[in-house]
Unconditional design. Structure first.
Length: 368
C-alpha cells in the first residue's frame, strides 16, 4: 500500500467545505452517542453498532453510505487507539478557537478515475469522480504529479491544511516500483550540509534561510495568514529538496548506510543548535529512505557513527597527533598524520559510515 497526496483545485473549496461540515456532524453524533452508551452500560459501541444508528442519514446529509461507514470505523479505531471514552469535537466554523481541519473519506466503490489531461510539457491534471447520496457525483480536478492512470486506487481521503487548501490523499494497491542501482553509499548527517555522501554529493537546505526575514516581519506584524503561508513554503521547499536527493540515492545504490545521529542530542536548553538541526530535516531524510528502499528492494542500514569523524578513512588511524578540535564542529578539513591523506570532514565521516555498514572499518576504504 502507498499513499499519494495531490493538490485539489481551489474552485472546489465551497463544495468541499459543505461536505466536511456534514462529516463533522456525523462524527460529533457518533462521538456523543458512544460516550452516553458507555456511561449507561459500561461498554463501547463498535463500528458495526454505530452503523445501525447512522443508517440512512447520508441521504439527508448528502454523503455516500460508505462515507458514513468510514467515519464510524475511524471513530471506533481512534477511540480504541488513544484509549479515550470521548474524542475531540469537530467543527469547521472559522471563528471557532479550535477549528478542525476538513476531512472527507471515500471507499473504493465510491471512487472512479475518469481521465488525465496535459496542462503543460510535464504537468498533468486528473479528474476523479466521487459518489455522494442519491446517485449524485462529485467531480474534482487534481494536479497529478504521479499519473494516476498507472495506479489501482483503493481509498481516497480529502483533507484540508492550515491554509484552507484541499488535498486528495489516495491509497493505491498496485503501483510501479523503482529499480535500485548496484552501488553502495554512506551518508553523514550534519548541520552545515544536511547530508553528505561518500561519493561527495551534498544536500543543502539553506534555501529556507531566505524566508527568515519575511517570517520575522510577519510575526512582528501578527499577520497569521502570512505566517502560515511562509511556514508552508519553507516546509514544501525542504520536502522537495529531500525527495529529489533520496530518490536519486535509491536509483543509484543497492546499499545505503546512515549514521545514527538523533535530533534529541542537540535539544538541550544550553545549546544553540536546535533550530539548525530541525531545519536540516534528519528525521525526514531517514523516513523517506526507509520506505523508498523498501519499495525498490534496496538495503537500508542505520549504524553507530562513533569516531567516524576522527578516524582516517584511508588508513583507519586515529591518534592524538591530528588537529585539536577535530571532534567538534570548528575544523572542517584536516590531514591524517600517519598517511598524509587530506580529508573533508563530512566526506571522511560518510566513508567511515559506509565502512561500518560493510563491516570493514579496520581494513580502511580507498579515498576518492
Amino acid at each position: 500500500m502507498k499513499t499519494l497526496k495531490l493538490r485539489i483545485k481551489d474552485k472546489h473549496t465551497d463544495q468541499l467545505n459543505r461536505l466536511s461540515g456534514s462529516v463533522n456532524f456525523v462524527w460529533n453524533y457518533v462521538n456523543d452517542l458512544s460516550y452516553k452508551y458507555l456511561q449507561r452500560t459500561g461498554k463501547f459501541l463498535s463500528a458495526y453498532d454505530l452503523s445501525e444508528y447512522t443508517k440512512g442519514s447520508g441521504e439527508y446529509l448528502g454523503l455516500h453510505s460508505q462515507t458514513i461507514q468510514a467515519i464510524n470505523e475511524t471513530h471506533a479505531k481512534n477511540r480504541k487507539q488513544f484509549k479515550k471514552a470521548k474524542l475531540s469535537w469537530r467543527t469547521n466554523n472559522p471563528k471557532s478557537k479550535r477549528k478542525s481541519l476538513g476531512w472527507i473519506p471515500f471507499k473504493h466503490s465510491a471512487i472512479k478515475h475518469i481521465a488525465n489531461h496535459a496542462t503543460g510539457k510535464k504537468s498533468l491534471k486528473s479528474t476523479l469522480q466521487l459518489s455522494l447520496a442519491k446517485g449524485q457525483k462529485l467531480l474534482i480536478d487534481v494536479w497529478d504529479s504521479y499519473n494516476l492512470s498507472l495506479y489501482q486506487i483503493n481509498t481516497v481521503e480529502i483533507v484540508q491544511d492550515s491554509r484552507n487548501r484541499w488535498y486528495a490523499c489516495i491509497t493505491v494497491k498496485d503501483y510501479p516500483k523503482t529499480i535500485c542501482g548496484t552501488g553502495s553509499v554512506g551518508i553523514d548527517l550534519g548541520i552545515k550540509d544536511s547530508a553528505t555522501t561518500s561519493n561527495g554529493d551534498k544536500l543543502q537546505i539553506k534555501q529556507t534561510f531566505k524566508y527568515a526575514k519575511k517570517l520575522a516581519t510577519a510575526q512582528c506584524a501578527r499577520n497569521k495568514k502570512q505566517v502560515k503561508a511562509i511556514h508552508a513554503k519553507i516546509k514544501n521547499t525542504r520536502q522537495d529538496l529531500i525527495h529529489k536527493f533520496t530518490t536519486q540515492l535509491v536509483k543509484n545504490n543497492a546499499l545505503i548506510v546512515v549514521g545514527d545521529v538523533k535530533t534529541t542530542q542537540f535539544n538541550s536548553k544550553k545549546g544553540k543548535l536546535a533550530k539548525s538541526v530541525y531545519d536540516s530535516g534528519w528525521f525526514e531524510i531517514k523516513r523517506q529512505l526507509t520506505y523508498k528502499c523498501k519499495n525498490a528492494g534496496c538495503r537500508f542500514e542505520i549504524v553507530n557513527e562513533k569516531y567516524t569523524t576522527q578516524t582516517c578513512s584511508c588508513c583507519g588511524q586515529i591518534d592524538g597527533n591530528s588537529p585539536k578540535g577535530r571532534a567538534g564542529l570548528r575544523i572542517r578539513e584536516w590531514t591524517c598524520a600517519k598517511c598524509g591523506t587530506w580529508h573533508d570532514r563530512d566526506i571522511n565521516a560518510s566513508k567511515n559510515i559506509l565502512a561500518v555498514g560493510l563491516d570493514r572499518l579496520g581494513a580502511g576504504i580507498p579515498s576518492l
